[in-house]
Design a protein around this ligand. Structure first.
Ligand code: AMP
Ligand code: ZN
Ligand code: FE
Ligand code: FE
Length: 269
């Protein structure tokens, strides 16, 4: 059966495998298609596409952006955009800058709570990464002995709403979609299962998305029905992916959720 995992992260952001290792793992897991959707970075491309051609696995460009709608965080997946688009490169840079400023705010909050981490110590956690995120901050907290585990770092300090969390500048969902479309890409609502607020979901559904991630990570089929119905009503693409991060989320295997062939073909430019 055709399976394409369209959501995973490499060492370009907060994943633990390099882009080439990811493509090789996808090949070992018998996936026919893959998209590496790093946070704010398309650094995996075009090398990942070339490795895919070598191994006979179809790779489509992808990236994941953290956007905001009515003060709520919404992740947007972009696919099959023009890799040479200046607008898309600028959007990645804008999102990365937002993240760097946000990271600095989190480090400042941690310092105030008696848990100093230098920029250098943080960079050390993601040496190869183009984009540093909270998972790297959590690793630095473990290495400095401030917490015992990744979960503890998020639960007590850096998870949303916790005392050392910082949201950073807002980049709206609408403007992010606009630029994805300028770059001839497709915009997909990431992991809709995580959107708790029905008002926010309603607002989101007014935006010109092209698809929705109906199959996600290890969520059971029962939760898919709602999203599949929604996609059918709007004639949206149905996508799926694992959100594989490697060692950072060791319980999630690559390919545990996937995109059906029909949607994959429609996504490909
Ligand atoms: P960032 O994009 O830097 O805000 O970090 C978000 C990433 O942190 C997500 O992709 C998850 O991998 C991870 N994450 C967020 N919340 C939690 C949590 N409560 N527990 C563990 N990991 C989390
Ligand atoms: Zn991540
Ligand atoms: Fe996400
Ligand atoms: Fe993700």
């Amino acid at each position: 059966m055709f399976r394409a995992d369209l959501h995973c992260h490499s060492t370009c952001s907060d994943g633990s495998l390099t882009p080439l290792e990811l493509v090789q793992l996808a090949h070992e897991r018998d996936l026919q298609g893959l998209s590496i959707t790093d946070h704010d970075s398309i650094g995996a491309y075009p090398a990942a596409i070339e490795e895919g051609q070598r191994l006979g696995i179809e790779i489509i460009p992808g990236v994941e952006f953290s956007t905001e709608i009515n003060q709520h965080s919404i992740h947007v997946l972009a696919y099959a955009f023009n890799l040479d688009s200046d607008a898309l490169h600028a959007l990645c840079q804008r999102h990365s800058r937002r993240r760097e400023q946000r990271n600095a705010q989190i480090l400042e909050n941690l310092r105030r709570h008696g848990m100093p981490i230098t920029q250098e110590e943080l960079m050390h956690e993601g040496v190869a990464a183009h984009v540093i995120g909270r998972p790297h901050i959590a690793l630095a907290m473990i290495h400095k002995g401030y917490v015992q585990s990744f979960q503890e770092a998020f639960k007590k300090y850096i998870g949303e709403g916790m005392p050392c969390f910082a949201k950073g500048e807002s980049i709206s969902t609408a403007e992010t979609l606009d630029i994805i479309h300028q770059a001839q890409g497709k915009a997909v609502i990431a992991h809709p299962h995580l959107i708790q607020n029905t008002k926010i979901l309603k607002e989101l559904l007014k935006l010109p998305f092209d698809g929705i991630e109906c199959y996600y990570a290890l969520y059971p089929p029962v939760v898919h029905q709602k999203w599949l119905k929604l996609a059918a009503e709007r004639n949206w693409l149905v996508t799926g992916g694992s959100d594989f991060h490697g060692a950072i989320k060791p319980h999630i295997p690559l390919g545990c959720s996937w995109t059906p062939e029909e949607s994959f073909r429609q996504l490909k430019p």
